[in-house]
Design a protein around this ligand. Sequence first.
Ligand code: ATP
Length: 254
Amino acid sequence: MPLLHAEHISKTYPNGTQALKGIDIEVEQGEFLVVIGLSGSGKSTLLRCINQLHTVSSGRIVFDDAEITALKGRRLRQARSRIGMIFQQFNLIPRKTVLTNVLSGALARTPVIKSLLGMYSAEDKQKALAYLDIVGLAQKAYVRADNLSGGQQQRVAIARALMQDPKILLADEPVASLDPSTSHSVMKYLQKINQELGVTVICNLHFLSLVRTYATRVIALKEGQLVYQGAPSDIDEQWFKTIYGEDAVEVSIN
Ligand SMILES: Nc1ncnc2c1ncn2[C@@H]1O[C@H](COP(=O)(O)OP(=O)(O)OP(=O)(O)O)[C@@H](O)[C@H]1O
C-alpha cells in the first residue's frame, strides 16, 4: 500500500484554467520525489491538492489509508496535520523569535488561547529545540526570524513543519528564492530529514542538477498532465526536450 495515492485527479480553477488533467501518482513511504515541469505546468497545484489547500475538481487522494479528499472537519484536520508544507517564501513571522516560529508548527494540538499567550508545553519546547538542532540552528533559537539569512529561514520553516510529526513533507520550490550554495544547504537538510527521520518528501524544483543530486524518483508535468516518471538519471536530452520544449537549454546550479 503506497503512503499516498492520487487517482486521476483534476483541478479546474473558478476562472476556467485546467491546472491538472487526470493525474495518477503513487508515492511510497521514504521516497524523495521531485516534481518538475515548466512554470504553469501544475506543480504547485498538485502539492496544494495533496494537502487540501485546494479541493480537487475530480478524482481522489488516499493518504495514509484515508481518502482525504472525502474527509471533513476534525478528521480532515487530523489527516492534514500529518502533511507538512514549506514554501518558496518561507512564510515565517518576521518579528517573532526562531523558537516561537518553530513552536507555531505545534498549533494543531495547542488550544487556541494557550497559543495566543505563547504558552507551549515544556515538551513542545524541547522538541522544537531538538528540531532546530537537526537543521543546524539550535544557537539561533532566541534570535528574531527576520535577522536570519534566506537559507536559515527556510531551515526554520523545515523545523516548524517537523513539529507536526509529518509523515510527508511537501516542499513547493523551497530553494527558488535562494542562491546556488544556499540551495544545496537547504536541499541537504531536506535529504537528512528524509533519510534519518524517514519523512517522505515531495518537492517541486526547477533545476535539473538539484533533481539529479537529491531525488530518488522524478515526475514531470506538462500542461497539467504527467509526461514522465522514473529515475533522475534516465532524463536524457530527449526527455528533457519532451518536458521543457525543443528550445530549452539545461542550466546547472553548482
Ligand atoms: N488560484 C488560481 N486561480 C486561477 N488559476 C490559477 C491559480 N493558481 C494557479 N493557476 C493557474 O494554473 C496553472 C498551473 O499553475 P501552478 O502554479 O500549479 O503551476 P506551477 O508549475 O507550480 O508553476 P510555477 O513553477 O510558476 O510555480 C497555471 O496556468 C496558473 O496560471
